[in-house]
Unconditional design. Structure first.
Length: 205
């Protein structure tokens, strides 16, 4: 499916018009966000405002009329990506033993990281130039760590090196390296992370 087709799929059919100008504004807003997301998903991690305008089929002025700067556009995308992944990360864990829950978290994290991969790569490229993206990066890393620590018994959390090794194995940076640098498939990358986590848990004994 081409970029334009993806945009049309995200935008969907227009609602019946009540106020033509308002409806055009809403449609353009959706098209701009969809264009940015489509470009990133297809490998353009730093699309310019001009490129976004071209893909969305709108003028450059229209892009900046809807988004004062590119950070505003990234905020909108972050919100959409967050809505996509929330059902996965918020689902109750299976079982009662922390080891079973950790295994569940490991598998979910692979799914979430793959869904987020192009958008987090794009954010990583821009975060050193964007206070918003840098702040968001710190918040996401802290949240990822917190989700892991919540599952661990107090005695296990007291093992500093285990905790740090586990958080490293379950980090996005680790997933990125396995998927990109080592060029593993999603299935193989998931198996590597699961094997690593299992070995760390086994080492506690």
């Amino acid at each position: 499916m081409g970029d334009r087709a993806k945009i049309e799929q995200i935008v969907g059919k227009a609602e019946p018009r009540i106020d033509g100008r308002r409806e055009r504004g809403r449609s353009n807003h959706k098209r701009i966000v969809a264009a940015m997301m489509a470009l990133i998903e297809n490998g353009d991690l730093t699309p310019s405002a001009a490129r976004v305008a071209e893909e969305a089929g709108v003028g450059l002025r229209t892009v900046f009329r809807h988004f004062d700067d590119m950070d505003a556009l990234y905020r909108e995308i972050s919100k959409i990506v967050g809505e996509r992944i929330w059902p996965v990360i918020s689902e109750a864990y299976r079982g009662h033993d922390w080891r079973i829950k950790l295994r569940d978290l490991t598998r979910r994290r692979a799914r979430v990281f793959e869904m987020m991969l192009p958008f987090r790569l794009a954010a990583n490229v821009k975060r050193y130039q964007s206070p918003y993206l840098m702040a968001q990066y710190g918040q996401v890393v802290a949240l990822e760590r917190e989700f892991v620590l919540r599952l661990l018994p107090a005695a296990v959390r007291g093992d500093r090196y285990f905790v740090e090794a586990l958080c490293s194995a379950l980090s996005f940076q680790s997933w990125r390296a396995i998927r990109q640098d080592q060029a593993l498939s999603v299935e193989d990358a998931s198996a590597v992370v699961e094997r690593t986590v299992e070995a760390l848990v086994a080492s506690l004994a």
